[in-house]
Design a protein around this ligand. Sequence first.
Ligand code: TRP
Length: 336
Amino acid sequence: MLDDKKVMMSGMQSTGMITLGNYLGALKNWVDLNDDENLKCFYGIMDLHSITVRQDPAELRKSARNLLMLYIAAGLDPEKNCIFFQSHVSAHPELSWILNCFTYMGEMSRMTQFKDKSAKHADNINTGLFTYPVLMAADILLYQADYVPVGKDQMQHLEITRDIANRFNNIYGDVFTIPEAYVGKAGAKIMSLQEPTKKMSKSDENPNASIFLLDDKDTIMRKFKKAVTDSDGFIAYSDDKPGIKNLIDIYRAVTGKTVDEALKEFDGMGYGKLKEVVGETVANELAPLQARFKELSADKAYIDGVMKNNAAQASYYANKTLRKVKKKVGFIELPR
Ligand code: TRP
């Protein structure tokens, strides 16, 4: 779509407060691509996806706005990247409807996230939750994305996106670019501080399990102090020691150091000291982001402007694809 550039598309749901895991696993890597001249990047704040689970409207508004400010505070430049709210670009639900008609019940029922979420929200297994991956396919295909940086848990959704796109292309010709998983610098997979064999999650019920991006230094230090380790008493990087491994992974993801470099620094340290060092490192990494977030929170006009410009830009590209799709399936274009 953009001649010489490759297109990248990603996003996060706008529910709750994002964690250190979201930051080190995704956001920080997106920021590193700011200056890649060969890429055009679209990042969505996926508020349409958020309502597949019941949300309080005021909370949803707040977390969506916060997410935009966190993206920017983390260094994602809204001049170089298109950062938009999914609900501001009506092409998303429109294409999603069309793609629904090219997606099978059987495919959707196999999605592991649907199975997990419907078990978790047994009182509200709505059809939006069921067709969630189709909306995600629309998100990706509207921008003719070449790459989608996704974690393991979203890989199945990317696969289905490719299947739907191929199916559509087989009928109507080359309409969609077939997206691939982005395998640049792999984002770190950060685990829960309380159950280090489980991914760190923003919806974890144990508040000590996750570091949230706006946690203050005392909170960060306290959570690391309470982090679950083991009773061996020595530092090593091994799957048999998931708690220690996670602390080292966090340290590596923040500092960019290798496992060997980290192990050398931690040589002879006790667990208490290790937790303190990692906690300090994280607090220092997040401090400037938090300061910037505070500034942005006070600048409503700037954030509103970013919202407007980026929604217009996203709509421009998305509608280009949507028009083509509508024509292909046989809808009559509104005469001008
Ligand atoms: N489903 C993704 C998640 O929960 C969020 C998402 C929605 C997304 N649409 C997307 C990610 C498009 C990448 C591309 O993490």
